[in-house]
Design a protein around this ligand. Structure first.
Ligand code: FAD
Length: 607
């Protein structure tokens, strides 16, 4: 490997969104030498797109709010499949993490008496999202990035990691040994780099680019999920993909772009082509007790939350997305295949422009729609993956020693469905924990694991493979076909026959991907970059389809037409996916959920 750039760190953080930045800051504060690596420019991570807010039971607007209520909402939102310990830590620590962000310079919107203001979101009992208009993610990234830069943490940007290394001579990491580093390339020059480090924190975000209609950007190709699997770690909850109920449906160039839930939190309602406020027809038994069943009661809730139940438009996302899907299927959709989201007839233009400035500009500029005057057309869009790397709840370490995961790439916290606002808080709580624990682990390591010349040679050869094949298929065609398969066969409503077809299709795509080829050379070559990303998208898609076929029930983000209700037996099980080293097919096994202690169980009995 002569001539390959090499670096040594205690902690390498892959990803510079909220989770990665928070992890890097925590690792630095613990005294570790830290590097942050990211695919795009620093500051452009997915987190920057987050709009609505950070969920934290600060009790600024409703004194009755506290971590127990937030914990209960989160578990119910995830239909009790969440890792209870993660949900508990998240609810307990989120307020502190928000206050810390404020200390570091974040400027949140305020209540009349100067406290951090909190807004309503689906599934949350009380208004609890700390926010900055509808640009919360931008403020969060600005603050964390500024701090990371002030701390002089090394950043490798426009850099993609393609492989993780383990040192087989360090037996304690299970088969394959402990983590010893990572390998990747500079996007601009195509030149390779080796990181040697006893710990790696994955903070690579989600998988949305495997679907045709998505709110996610080009970076979401499931890299961290796939890197973890190839390094011997396990994934859980992969059958649960969140389709956000409201994405733009028109014009085609922006189909899938997110329309924040804050529109509904701030009073917007959903209507079908007949002008009917249809969500009242879709209140599930599980949420009947806490959901208003008349327009009068729903309207009363905006001003008097104590004596009214929540409007059905603010049910958890999986419920609202399925309802919209049904209305469109029943022929009551809007001209461009969505439904209407109306805030224009309900709030003043001033209020709308002040509370939802990004939405106002987004619709004005991209669709020529003035949302203060007309309703928006919206439909479901692939938004978030609940599934991810299986980690220990307290430390965020995966089953591979030295490999940590936090943020969207980690699994367990959200169970079968994530509540809005619970991701930004998840990034802060678990990003900090992962960074902190990785730093201590690394600094306690007496004999540093090493990366061998053979490992580097193999990683280089794998990355260059697409250049070796002549006359093969273009990676863009295979990506488009994969997105079509996932959208058609592994979407909001699933059936056994379609899932079986999807797996057969994915097998064919895997074969085609082995023979794809790229033209040109290593300097900024998007075709080559995609060829490498595609391998990750394929393995992640296989995980989703395989787990979706196995789970014979409907729960949260996973709806089976042939098993339309939740099942108690399945409700006690996680599906765990691994990639055996001698195979290119994922393996699936059942694993009982961790058991919630009795003192927490009582929170559910009371309700
Ligand atoms: P990201 O912020 O996506 O960062 C991933 C990082 O990993 C990037 O820096 C990327 O470059 C890097 N990376 C990926 N692969 C590689 C690789 N191979 N090599 C090197 N680097 C790599 N959640 C809320 O709680 N509240 C909201 O209001 C909200 N609004 C949202 C609005 C939109 C439009 C979207 C799309 C999501 C929203 N979410 C919201 C969800 C939330 O924003 C994301 O789940 C969260 O930001 C993910 O953060 P992360 O740190 O895990 O990953």
């Amino acid at each position: 490997d002569t001539g390959i750039e090499r670096h040594e760190y205690d902690v390498v953080v892959i990803g510079a969104g909220g989770a990665g930045l928070r992890a890097a800051i925590a690792a630095h504060d613990a005294g570790a030498r830290v590097a942050i690596v990211c695919k795009s420019l620093l500051g452009k991570a997915h987190t920057v797109m987050a709009e609505g807010g950070i969920a934290a039971a600060m009790g600024n607007l409703y004194a009755d709010d506290n971590w127990r209520v937030h914990f209960r909402d989160t578990m119910r939102g995830g239909k009790m499949l969440n890792n209870w310990r993660m949900a508990q830590l998240h609810a307990q620590e989120a307020p502190e993490r928000v206050l810390e962000l404020e200390e570091w310079g974040a400027l949140f919107d305020r209540t009349a008496d100067g406290l951090i203001s909190q807004r309503d979101f689906g599934g949350h009992r009380y208004a609890r999202l700390a926010h900055v208009g509808d640009r919360t993610g931008l403020e969060m990234i600005r603050t964390l990035q500024q701090r990371a830069v002030d701390l002089d943490i090394d950043v490798f940007m426009e850099f993609t990691v393609t492989e993780l290394f383990r040192d087989p001579s360090t037996g304690s990491g299970g088969t394959g040994g402990r983590i010893s580093g990572a390998f990747g390339y500079w996007r601009e020059t195509g030149r390779f780099v080796v990181f040697e480090s006893p710990t790696v924190v994955l903070a690579t975000g989600g998988i949305g680019k495997s679907y045709q209609v998505t709110s996610n950007s080009w970076e979401y190709t499931g890299d961290g999920h796939a890197l973890a699997m190839r390094a011997g770690a396990s994934l859980i909850n992969m059958e649960f993909v969140q389709f956000h109920p409201t994405g733009m449906v028109w014009p085609p160039s922006v189909k899938g772009l997110l329309v924040t839930e804050s529109v509904r939190g701030d009073g917007g309602v959903l209507k079908n082509a007949e002008g009917e406020r249809f969500m009242f027809d879709y209140i599930p038994e599980f949420f009947k007790k806490e959901t208003a069943d008349t327009i009068e009661e729903a309207e009363g809730w905006y001003t008097d939350k104590k004596n009214h139940r929540r409007p059905p438009e603010l049910l958890p996302r999986d419920e609202v997305a399925r309802a919209i899907n049904s209305e469109i299927k029943a022929g009551r959709g809007s001209p461009h295949g969505g439904v209407y989201l109306d805030i224009a007839s309900r709030r003043s233009p001033d209020f709308i422009r002040r509370r939802l400035p990004s939405m106002y500009h987004q619709f004005k500029e991209l669709a020529d729609v003035d949302i203060t005057q007309e309703p928006m057309e919206v439909g479901p869009t692939c938004h978030y993956v609940m599934g991810g790397v299986e980690v220990d709840a307290d430390t965020e370490q995966s089953i591979v020693e030295g490999l940590y995961a936090a943020g969207e790439v980690a699994g367990g916290m959200h169970g079968s469905n994530r509540l809005g606002g619970n991701s930004l808080s998840d990034l802060l709580v678990f990003g900090r924990r992962a960074g902190h624990n990785a730093a201590y682990h690394s600094m306690r390591t007496k004999q540093r694991p090493t990366v061998s010349a053979e490992q580097v040679k193999a990683a280089s050869a794998a990355a260059l493979h697409p250049f070796e094949v002549e006359g093969g298929e273009n990676p863009y065609t295979i990506q488009t076909d994969l997105q079509d398969v996932m959208q058609r066969l592994v979407g909001i409503i699933r059936t056994e026959a379609e899932l079986r077809d999807s797996l057969a299709e994915i097998e064919r795509l895997k074969e085609r991907a082995k023979r794809l080829s790229v033209e040109g050379h290593r300097q900024y070559n998007p075709g080559w970059h995609l060829a490498l990303d595609l391998a990750n998208m394929l393995v992640v898609s296989e995980c989703i389809a395989k787990a979706a076929l196995e789970r014979q029930e409907s729960r949260g983000g996973h709806t089976r037409d042939d098993y339309p209700t939740p099942d108690d037996g399945w409700g006690a099980l996680n599906l765990v996916l691994t990639l055996p080293s001698d195979s290119d097919s994922v393996d699936l096994k059942h694993q009982p959920l961790p058991v919630m202690p009795d003192d927490l169980k009582t929170l559910f009995e009371e309700s």
